[in-house]
Structure formats: structure tokens, C-alpha cells
Design a protein around this ligand. Structure first.
Ligand code: NDP
Length: 444
């Protein structure tokens, strides 16, 4: 049995009930097969792949908090410190009822390669809790965040592990967590990213993932003789990534006609009104059903349906496995030419394969949504030098990072004979740097 197959088999056996983690490991290792085979003897001797798929440390803890009626609740908190070969652990905190260890491990594993692809010195980690922020009062959110950080603060630090936002963790939650960290550790340091500007946040961090997604999509299209100008785009989600993807797509001349949340989706034939979306989601924290009040010509539909709308480009920006084979078939039938993942692993493995087979340009999340963590690393740099760069400076660096990233994954794919396969290209380009660093640092 090949080394790659052996390690995949071990991961499945040793991590039962973690299907998302298995999916992520399989997808990465399958596409690294050619590189691993070229170095098989040394990698086997050093157990490089076994070390890569085993987190350096995983922390699981109790998070008790009190609701507005005086009732105590207990959630589970996680932080998986996956790989620090190229820098301090870096990755978001997800607050969502679906969170479990397997989800955090899949995200942490993906994060290793994504962070490597940015070209910056950041290792891979991820964390979160099964706490559901929906419908909670501000005080309840603060109570949860303070309790969560009371435990987490023992394991993180500006040079050790720097968490950030993710699903359910936005500027408000980061603020409450930062306040509690500072209070307990008595340190004003860049321990979290996604902070507000007033206490060390970076301009353009809020926009970074969505903007970066469009910068890389535009560069990919350009290199394939196309452009975003005049294209119709379908987006899923209506959170941080989706909102700023929609905004930048509009600025680059495309028209986005959909957005969704976990209850339903909107179709706006005249193009999604970003100001209305921000008002509903960022200010009022309401559901998408409200959108029709701002745009009477739009349609609201319950359930899932974005991928059935005719378009040129699809940008899944909500959550994992939201675009399956059936959806992929609809995209192809409707003439979609490109799919770029704003979310982490939103496309199932069979759907990805189908899209690639049909010649759809496909940029995987670890490359396409790397703009968020790249800008988080820029926030860390600004915190270290105690300086603040302008929006334009950060945005220009973000664009440069995304353009370079595209060329790196394109070149890696070509080097190993997979021209145009950006999934393979991203995994190889991300892996090579981490593998070199792990080898150089000995058996740790
Ligand atoms: P938000 O919490 O801001 O938004 C998430 C959006 O996805 C919401 O519209 C939400 O709807 C929807 N959603 C969440 N879970 C589900 C579900 N199970 N089914 C259907 N819809 C769902 O998160 P972000 O925008 O920050 O993150 C979106 C994705 O992008 C995630 O995969 C995240 O890991 C990834 N990502 C985020 C980065 C960032 O900088 N924020 C960086 C890189 C990747 P509802 O409001 O109804 O829950």
C-alpha cells in the first residue's frame, strides 16, 4: 500500500466520527501523492505525514455561562493547535451549534496550507464552541465570551497562538474576548485579530476575505483570457465573507444576484443591494426575509436554491458541504465558468471533481479565502510595530498577496503536470513550505 493510502487509512481508523476531518485529509493527501512519491523514503522515515495529520495539541474545555433569566448553561470550547512549523498558530474561532472536534480539526488542518500559501509566517490552528449566538442578548454574548476566554487565555499569546473570527465570531465577540484576555493576563498585545480599529485592529480586515476572493478570481479569469466585467455572479451566505464578496464583485463590474442564510435565499435580478444587506445583517442582525422590504422587486425563497440560478460565476460563501454534486450539475447546465470558494470546503469532493471534469475553473477555499488570514497576519505586523497602516495600504498588500498566491498555485500545478488544477496546485504549494520547515526542525 502506498504511504499516502496508509496514512489516510490510519486517520479514518484513529479518528472515528470525524467525517469532515477525513474528507479534508483525503482531499489534501490525494493531491500530494505525486510530491510524496518523489520523496517517499525520507518522508516515511521521518513519519512526516503522520506528524502532519496529528495536531500538535488539542484543548477541550467547559464553558459555563449564565443567561438573562439566571439559568446556567454549559457549552464545550475547543482550540486545536495543529502545526507551528512556519509560525505561531493562527486561525479563527467558530461559534455555531454544529461545532465539534472533527469540524475544528478539519478547519485547523486546512488552515496549515492556507496560511502557508499566504507567504507569511503563520502556522495552522482553529477553535470555537457549540454555543449558538443567534437570539442571545448582548449581555449573554459577553457572558459566554468572557467565560470562553477565561480558559482559552492560558494557551494563547501574541507569539504562540493568535485566534480570529469565523462563523458566529465577529467584531463584537472579538472585543469581549480581547477585554477578558487583557484583564486576566494584564497584557495589551496582538493576541486576537479582527479587532476594532480603536484598540489595534487593521483597516480592511473586515473586508479582506470577500475582497481577496474577488482579487484572486479576477486574476484567475485574466490569466484565462476572461474578466469579471459584465458577469452575473451567484453568492451563498450573507455573513462577513459574502457581504464583502458581493461588494467587491460589484466594484469590479460584475452583478451579484443572490445571497442566502440558513433559512432561505434571495434573488435580486437588479443586483444585490449591499447597503441594504449590511443594514439587515451587520446593524440589525435580522434574517434575510427583511430584504424584500428594501428591494420590492426581489424574491425570497425558503430553503436552499442559490445554485439553480443562471449565472457565469458561483461563489459559495456560507459553510462546509453546501454545494453538492446535484448543485454542481445545475451550475454546469447553466453555463457557470468559474467557482471560487469563499467558505471553507463548501464544495463536496464529488462536486469538485465533476466541476473540474467539465472544465469549470475551480479555486479551493484554502487559496480563494486566504485573504482573511493574510490580513490578520498584517494586523499582527501592525500590532508588533505599534503602528497602523491606512486602508489603501492594507488593501494594496492584500491584492498583491492574492495575485501572487494565484501565480504560485498555478505554477505548482504546472510543475507537476496538472495544468489548470488549482486544487492540486494549492495543496502542493502550501505543503512544500511546511514540509521543508518540519524537516529542518527535526523530529518534534
Ligand atoms: P458569518 O457567521 O459572518 O456568516 C455565515 C453565513 O453562512 C451566514 O449567512 C449564515 O447564515 C450562513 N450559514 C452558516 N452556517 C450555515 C449552515 N449550516 N447552512 C446554511 N447557511 C449557513 O461567517 P463568515 O462569513 O465569517 O464565514 C463564512 C465561511 O467563510 C465559513 O466557512 C468560514 O470558515 C469561512 N471563512 C471566513 C473567513 C473570515 O474572515 N470571516 C476567512 C476564511 C474563511 P445564518 O446567519 O442563518 O447562520
Amino acid at each position: 500500500m502506498s504511504y499516502v493510502d496508509e496514512v489516510i487509512e490510519r486517520v479514518v481508523k484513529e479518528n472515528p466520527s470525524e467525517p469532515e476531518f477525513h474528507q479534508a485529509v483525503k482531499e489534501v493527501l490525494e493531491s500530494l501523492r505525486v510530491v510524496v512519491e518523489a520523496n517517499e523514503e525520507a518522508y516515511r522515515r521521518d513519519a512526516l505525514l503522520e506528524r502532519l495529520v496529528n495536531p500538535e495539541r488539542q484543548i477541550k474545555f467547559r464553558v459555563p455561562w449564565i443567561d438573562d433569566k439566571g439559568q446556567v448553561h454549559v457549552n464545550t470550547g475547543y482550540r486545536v493547535q495543529f502545526n507551528s512549523a512556519i509560525g505561531p498558530y493562527k486561525g479563527g474561532l467558530r461559534l455555531h451549534p454544529s461545532v465539534n472536534l472533527g469540524i475544528i480539526k478539519f478547519l485547523g488542518f486546512e488552515q496549515i496550507f492556507k496560511n502557508s500559501l499566504t507567504g507569511l509566517s503563520i502556522g495552522g490552528g482553529k477553535g470555537g464552541s457549540d454555543f449558538d449566538p443567534k437570539g442571545k442578548s448582548d449581555r449573554e454574548i459577553m457572558a459566554f465570551c468572557q467565560s470562553f476566554m477565561t480558559e482559552l487565555c492560558k494557551y494563547i499569546g501574541a507569539d504562540t497562538d493568535v485566534p480570529a473570527g469565523d462563523i458566529g465570531t465577529g467584531a463584537r465577540e472579538i472585543g469581549y474576548m480581547y477585554g477578558q484576555y487583557k484583564r486576566i493576563r494584564n497584557l495589551f498585545e496582538g493576541v486576537l485579530t479582527g479587532k476594532a480599529i480603536s484598540y489595534g485592529g487593521s483597516y480592511a480586515r473586515t473586508e479582506a476575505t470577500g475582497y481577496g476572493l474577488l482579487y484572486i478570481t479576477e486574476e484567475m479569469l485574466k490569466c484565462n483570457g476572461q474578466s469579471l466585467q459584465g458577469k452575473t455572479v451567484i453568492v451563498s451566505g450573507s455573513g462577513n465573507v459574502a457581504i464583502y464578496a458581493i461588494e467587491k464583485a460589484g466594484q469590479l463590474g460584475a452583478k451579484v444576484v443572490t445571497a442566502s442564510d440558513s433559512n432561505g435565499w434571495v434573488y435580486d435580478p437588479e443586483g444585490i443591494d449591499v447597503a441594504a444587506l449590511k443594514e439587515i445583517k451587520e446593524v440589525k442582525r435580522q434574517r434575510l426575509t427583511e430584504y424584500k422590504k428594501y428591494r420590492p422587486n426581489s424574491e425570497y425563497h425558503e430553503g436552499k436554491g442559490v445554485w439553480g440560478v443562471k449565472a457565469d460565476i458561483a461563489l459559495p460563501c456560507a459553510t462546509q458541504n453546501e454545494l453538492n454534486l446535484e448543485d454542481a450539475k445545475k451550475l454546469v447546465a447553466n453555463g457557470v465558468i468559474a467557482v471560487a470558494e469563499g467558505a471553507n470546503m463548501p464544495t463536496t469532493a464529488d462536486a469538485t471533481e465533476y466541476l473540474q471534469e467539465k472544465g469549470v475553473y475551480f479555486i479551493p477555499g484554502k487559496a480563494a479565502n486566504a485573504g482573511g488570514v493574510a490580513t490578520s497576519a498584517l494586523e499582527m505586523s501592525q500590532n508588533s510595530e505599534r503602528l497602523s497602516w491606512t486602508f489603501e495600504q492594507v488593501d494594496a498588500k492584500l491584492k498583491e498577496i492574492m495575485v501572487n498566491l494565484f501565480h504560485n498555485i498555478d505554477a505548482a500545478a504546472k510543475k507537476y503536470g496538472f495544468d489548470g488544477n488549482y486544487v492540486v496546485g494549492a495543496n502542493i504549494a502550501g505543503f512544500e513550505k511546511v514540509a521543508d520547515a518540519m524537516t529542518a526542525q527535526g523530529i518534534v
